[in-house]
Design a binder for this molecule. Structure first.
Ligand code: IPE
Ligand code: IPE
Ligand code: MG
Length: 234
């Protein structure tokens, strides 16, 4: 572990936009899907390292509501990788007391991937270690719209910020302290747009398949250098 990392100031909730798989593959003359496959290795290591560091909530962006615009074979391949991920990680996640959650409308994804995720959720539901959220067919605008519709269906005409927060997929969880985005892009791409109101944004040029625990620690150290004021002052 990096000696400059302050273990007394680890973010409770880390959110990650796992980006750059396609460019990583392209630079190697490989298919985009090879990049997504390589990204699974990074994900495994980052979940493990989040546990070592004492992160309580880890939320990763795996597939956005906009990613349906991609070629059908890439989309199908990504959902096959979801199954592969569950098959390879289920045992370790259970053993390590990780509780998995899904953010997003995953009813829209292929049945076999859904079945696989259902097993993952059911097998980890009683765990109380790291809370690991996977955002799949997730979009921040869709999430807020869904929350508003849920409140309206309850007959609500006047809602508070807490009502909306409590109707999002992240209900009951703290907002992310830090949102990390890999691959040098500088935007949220519809990720946690409500919850990000006071999140620190940390950007790294590293492509997701090259994102290591050491790089993760660097991002957390960058977060630790930030002065979080939440609109107030000292
Ligand atoms: C992120 O990598 C994974 C998903 C969006 C599913 P990309 O596939 O977006 O990789 P780039 O941005 O094209 O390099
Ligand atoms: C965001 O990455 C979505 C995920 C990482 C799942 P994109 O690659 O889809 O975002 P844009 O298109 O560059 O904004
Ligand atoms: Mg991308």
């Amino acid at each position: 572990m990096n000696r400059q990392l302050d273990l007394t100031n680890i973010p409770r909730h880390v959110a990650i936009i796992m980006d750059g798989n396609g460019r990583w593959a392209k630079e190697r003359g490989q298919m985009r899907l090879q990049g997504h496959l390589a990204g699974l290795e990074s994900l495994r290591e980052i979940v493990r390292h989040s546990q070592r560091l004492g992160v309580e909530y880890l939320t990763v962006y795996a597939f956005s509501t906009e990613n349906w615009k991609r070629p059908a074979d890439e989309v199908a391949g990504i959902f096959k990788l979801v199954i592969k991920y569950v098959n390879s990680e289920l045992k370790e996640l259970c053993e390590n007391n990780v509780r998995v959650g899904i953010l997003g409308d995953w009813s829209a994804i292929p049945q076999d991937s859904r079945d696989s995720l259902r097993v993952l959720l059911d097998s980890t539901k009683d765990n109380d270690g790291l809370r690991f959220n996977i955002a799949i067919n997730y979009g921040g605008r869709a999430e807020i719209t869904r929350a508003v519709n849920r409140l309206m269906s309850e007959g609500r005409t006047n809602v508070t910020e807490d009502d909306i927060s409590g109707s999002l997929y992240t209900a009951g969880m703290p907002d992310p302290d830090v949102i990390i985005r890999t691959s040098g892009e500088n935007r949220l791409s519809n990720f946690l747009i409500w919850q990000a109101a006071y999140s620190e944004i940390v950007l790294t040029d590293v492509y997701w398949p090259d994102f290591t625990p050491a790089e993760y620690e660097k991002c957390i150290m960058e977060y630790q250098r930030r002065d979080r004021r939440f609109g107030g002052h000292k």
